[in-house]
Design a protein around this ligand. Structure first.
Ligand SMILES: [Zn+2]
Length: 123
């Protein structure tokens, strides 16, 4: 069984590439690319976006054309938050100093800020 999808890019059939040329004689056309499902080299995941789009250009053309409808599927009405701890640590470092004649390393205490995730029971 070979399932396939037509590329969903709205402009796919306007791109001038040999791979899209179909027909014979004076009846030639540029045709939307056909994508064999589950057989493309990118991945074998069934719901991978590249089962529906032949490439990034067609994917983004589709998103641009249908952006509002896509966003309406799962609108974000509030900000999400991830609990974290912000840890500030002091550590000994050195900076390079040049006075015109000589150079030397001068020690100083630097500060490093690290964001750490917090374990919670929500998994
Ligand atoms: Zn396409």
């Amino acid at each position: 069984m070979s399932n396939y999808n037509w590329c969903h890019g709205p402009n796919c059939h306007t791109q001038e590439t040999q791979s899209r040329v179909r027909g014979s004689g004076d009846n030639k056309v540029l045709r939307t690319r056909r994508i064999k499902e589950d057989s493309n080299y990118r991945t074998h995941e069934r719901y991978n976006m590249f089962n529906y789009f032949c490439g990034n250009n067609c994917l983004f053309d589709y998103i641009r054309l249908h952006l509002q409808e896509i966003v309406n599927i799962a609108p974000r009405r509030e900000a999400l938050e991830t609990p974290i701890k912000v840890v500030k640590e002091k550590y000994e470092s050195q900076r390079y100093e040049w006075n015109g004649d000589n150079s030397r390393y001068v020690p100083y205490t630097a500060t490093r800020t690290t964001i750490k995730s917090v374990d919670n029971d929500n998994g």
